[in-house]
Design a protein around this ligand. Sequence first.
Ligand code: ZN
Ligand code: ZN
Ligand code: FE
Length: 749
Amino acid sequence: MNRERLKIVARGLVQGVGFRPFVYRLANELCLRGWVLNSAGGVFIEVEGPRSGLDTFLHRLEQDKPALAVIQSLEHSFLDPVGYNDFAIRHSEDEGPKTVLILPDIATCPDCLREINSPSDRRYRYPFTNCTHCGPRFSIIESLPYDRPNTSMKQFAMCPACEREYNDPLDRRFHAQPIACPECGPRLAYCTATGTLSAEREEALGAAIEAVRNGQILALKGLGGYQLIVDARNDDAVRRLRKRKQREEKPLALMYPSLESVNQACHVSQAEARLLQSPEAPIVLLERLDAAIAPSVAPGNPCLGVMLPYTPVHHLLLSKLGFPVVATSANLSDEPICTDNDEALERLAQIADGFLMHDRPIVRHVDDSIVRVLLGRELVLRRARGYAPLPITMKETLPPILATGAHLKNTVALSVGNEILSSQHIGDLETQAAYAAFVRTTADLPQLYAIEPQLVACDQHPDYLSTQFAQSLATPHIEIQHHHAHIAACMAENELEPPLLGVAWDGTGYGPDGTIWGGEFFSVKESCFERVAHLRTFQLPGGDAAVKEPQRCALGLLYEMLGDEAFAPDTPQPLKQMLSRGIQSPYTSSAGRLFDAVAALLDIRQQASFEGQAAMELEFAADPGIKESYPINVGEIVDWQPMIEAMRSDNAPIGVRAAKFHNTLAEAIVRVAGNVGETRVVLSGGCFQNKLLTERTVLRLREAGFRPYWHQRVPPNDGGIALGQVYAAAKMQQLNLGNVEHPRSSIER
Ligand code: ZN
Ligand code: ZN
Ligand code: FE
């Protein structure tokens, strides 16, 4: 029962360096069973055993690896065991053409860092130092094969010294496509806010350092786009950044000079330290200690989003500054990250005080990725730099399907052979710039991999631009219900086959019955996907406007319970009319909106500046030590009324009531699981970014004898929808359920 399977794909210099025998010895030493396999896509490893053994294996795989081995990416998932009897070295069978592997951008390796810091090296303080083991990849590739003329490095002719390294099989830079040095490679330049060039090279770096020290806002051309950098200790400067960027309260990410400095500011577990220092170098959400950080960085938030320097420019900048900086995507509110120099000077003119730029073009935008550790495992919340476009590998070959994703946190996905490639994070399709980036990416992925999609999968929401785009294509399309896609994504990455219970909880998704879904339970069988229970619906006065006004959610909730008695003397007349006449007040079963309503009822937040803010604060307010819950009625409709009544008459402190609310929802999931009678329960949707809800639900399901599954490599939020669409569409095709002309018949109530 306590055995798990750890599936690992290691990529980098892991072939021909004694890596397989090392894995074999390590597995045997730890008494783990499974296999290791070399293939064109990397070294695949599966080991089974107790959880502690698997954690040790993962740790030592990196710590004790052969001296010559370099790991550029180590994607792993914890899965159900299959019952291996021994540990074997498997041999890759040659099965036809292999998918070309495009690596993500990789953080500066220790060898390159040493060169940058050694005065005698010819790359001393050179900001574009890279080698075969690190540096830009996905963000500079124009087409395959991955050779220098097919990258944005083509405009830089190699100097004789670089050319020697490039052609020497014994050199660390043998065939390193982005190879560069101060003689022949890209250069830094510093521009003032008005776009006037004021310094170059080392002096440009000096000007940028000076600007940040003086509290100015620096636009820095990074790996996959421009970032905005500001002194994180300077509250005035951070506030100015927020004002100019029109980003009121959403937390801002930080970059610290070193792991030691992060340790002083945040609680860092071994798993979190590994992630911070990994080649992927994502933003890791960490529990903050007494961090000396401006209050406006992450107002009211017990977590900080933290990363370490991942390019030479970042290393040079941060080591001179010696203090943490805010490092956030350079854009106006939710537009895509800026990549082009001229575009940056234009779009960021009102935001930045200075620009540290360079002349290596960025071929495609790649934001910083965001992860958190949940129940001891990595959970990817935004998949971009360091991860995209690495595939999720399936057992079977899929037909070529392109998926256009959702509306918020959009990504697109493409199946190639037995792999599903998920694009980098694109963003909310609310602006023209975001929509343009979306359209570009739908063409970019198939073109890069030379795949002609036979089918396009999209959401059912008729108003989503991503749906309308799919409908406009000549290729046939299939519509996948939003929450079906969430569950399919979680099934795909956990290698799960039906039957099981799917729990999809999020903010909003199109329901085929005319209500807005978001608190759904599905019985997933081989041939059907049936909604078997859902949260009781309530009206949202003003529809989408309620997303930023939790108090409207609360009013709708109370109106459902109490009718006209829900109205207070100061309730605005228009809201009363909307509700009582049912004008612009759609019904919703959304769990996200239930969180918003409860946050307002507990007076945690009445108005939100971004979606999910109230729900987040409700999570933060909850006292995790509280184990009690409120009553709730569980049938085909999960009725929250007894919970809301009990909560309103409860005099306990807010922290206790917030915790009891979370616990009640976890109990409700356990009871639905009991009614449905499937052992395996899949948790997906944006609500399962909530650590307390997810941990509590997983714990209670396990105690009650169920097997819970949640996300790891793929985001539980709408960033995972495209992958789920591909997988669901492929399954439907296989079973001939996919009626492409009348896709809505695929969901039956
Ligand atoms: Zn390197
Ligand atoms: Zn050179
Ligand atoms: Fe969703």
